[in-house]
Design a protein around this ligand. Structure first.
Ligand code: SF4
Length: 485
């Protein structure tokens, strides 16, 4: 009964073209096959197209998927970082996930929260508990949260709205400075819903709305998401972000759960999803996520995977996504271990989480860390991860200004494609990171951080100097020295 009250077939059918969706499996498979043995010259051409900040065509991504030469992969990896810096500068944005409930009516085979997993104790956080969790996350220094909801009548749209308001209500004193801090942006990971409900979410003041398709391969999708469950409806999920766009939520996030089916097919699925959103709404996904399946409590499937993705292939996935969709943010999460995260961040990632606790109530109570939706590989505190990122030469950012200033959807994507957002955001990264250093950072992080800020400020001044003095070259260092003195 509840399924019928949730899924509105008219909000699927309107997007189909001649009854067909935008994932044509035969075409994708043929394109991957046709892309075999690409010449080095063709790959170089594709890299140059990506570096000029253009979304790749499916045939081009298919060619990248078929590269075999290690030398060519080195070029692709280098281009991925170059492109990231060109579009997003060298910022890494930090966030924390907050799991509100592990009640779920679905039975996804790979998930510890699935309804039939009797080993799982069910918990749903009330507003007070969500505020406690928010305070703990704030104490780490986060400014950006993603609220994660299971699909269940108890975590319906009213519950979600109350949870978002509870987060925004909290003010907590920063431990070092005593300054009051709050969460400035709440993103949402929630089940697909109707346009009417999405409009209510939008009115509450959310940032990005995430729905991951998990797998774009229909047969696999139906095998791991039983038909009689809400999530069993492939199309209700495939068009979730179309409905979000129609509801006015123009920052949407796509993702696939790698390990369910052939990774090459899933990369193509993500590209086709991007192209569909770009063609239909003029704006692609704000971010793309590419989690790999990790073992979950009570799930056999997550331990026996025919399509498990190796670390080597995982790096290829990230670099190909970077080149294929230059304007999308790429999120590497704490599912992965610190060593791999360190490598993958250098392949074009723009966001990561830290101090992550995915047990329900895990931040304030340290509850349920052994019973989780999946396993995390990087449990380090935010301060530790920030130190590492600084040592790699990136600047951590806690900026949420774009969302408050209306730089969302088409506006931000336009700025990104003209490579001006990175420069714009560099200032905000410096400001918000400096704020973090004073309010939360350890002595060592502050020492490392000040050095990186000095370098960033120099770059900002340098850029401005050459804008102000277009005919001058080579005199910047002396000028910068004078400014800083
Ligand atoms: Fe529920 Fe999501 Fe887990 Fe599926 S993956 S069982 S929808 S919480």
């Amino acid at each position: 009964e509840w399924k019928e009250s949730v899924i509105d077939p008219s909000q699927i059918d309107k997007y189909l073209v001649d009854g067909e969706d935008f994932i044509c499996e035969d075409t994708i498979k043929q394109q991957i096959k046709d892309g075999e043995n690409p010449s080095d010259e063709y790959i170089e051409k594709i890299i140059q197209k990506a570096l000029s900040v253009h979304t790749l065509a499916p045939e081009e991504t298919a060619a990248l998927l078929n590269v075999k030469s290690p030398q060519m992969w080195d070029k692709i990896f280098a281009a991925a970082l170059e492109l990231k810096k060109k579009v997003y500068d060298n910022r890494i944005v930090f966030f924390a996930p907050l799991y509100c409930s592990n009640l779920c009516v679905n039975n996804c085979e790979y998930c510890g929260f699935r309804e039939k997993n009797c080993t799982e104790k069910r918990v749903i956080l009330d507003s007070d508990h969500i505020k406690r969790e928010t305070r703990s996350v704030l104490n780490e220094g986060h400014k950006r949260l993603i609220l994660v909801f299971g699909e269940h009548p108890k975590s319906d749209i009213d519950y979600m709205i109350d949870a978002i308001k509870a987060v925004y209500d909290v003010e907590a004193e920063a431990p070092k400075s005593g300054k009051l801090a709050n969460i400035r942006r709440v993103n949402i990971n929630a089940a697909p819903m109707s346009i009417e409900k999405l409009q209510r979410l939008k009115e509450t003041g959310i940032g990005t709305y995430q729905v991951f398709q998990e797998t774009y391969h229909k047969k696999t999708y139906s095998e791991v998401h039983p038909k009689n469950t809400l999530k069993g409806d492939y199309h209700w999920r495939l068009y979730a972000l179309h409905r979000a766009m129609e509801a006015g939520i123009d920052d949407v996030a796509i993702g696939a759960l790698f390990g369910l089916y052939d990774w090459k097919f899933e990369v193509m699925g993500l590209l086709y999803h991007t192209l569909e959103l770009e063609n239909r709404f003029g704006v692609g996904p704000h971010t793309i996520s590419f989690p790999r399946i990790t073992p979950a409590s009570g799930s056999d499937l997550s331990k026996n995977l025919p399509y498990q993705v190796s670390d080597e292939d995982f790096k290829k996935i990230v670099a190909i996504l970077r080149l294929s969709v230059p304007t999308a943010g790429l999120i590497i999460t704490a599912r992965e271990n610190p060593e791999l995260k360190r490598e993958v961040i250098k392949l074009g990632c723009t966001q990561t989480d830290a101090s992550t606790r995915i047990g329900i109530g895990g931040y304030s109570d340290q509850l349920n860390q052994d019973k989780q939706q999946f396993t995390i590989g990087d449990p380090r505190d935010l301060d530790d991860v920030i130190q590492e990122v600084l040592k790699e030469g990136f600047i951590p950012s806690f900026c949420t200004a774009g969302y408050r200033c209306g730089r969302t959807g088409e506006t931000i994507m336009g700025m990104l494609s003209h490579c001006v957002e990175g420069k714009f955001c560099k200032l905000n990264a410096v400001l918000t990171f400096k704020e973090y250093l004073y309010d939360y950072a350890s002595e060592e992080t502050r020492r490392l951080g000040e050095k990186v800020i000095e370098k960033e400020l120099k770059e900002i001044h340098k850029e401005q100097y050459f804008i102000d003095h277009p005919k001058l070259t080579g005199k910047f260092d002396q000028q910068f020295h004078d400014i800083t003195i």
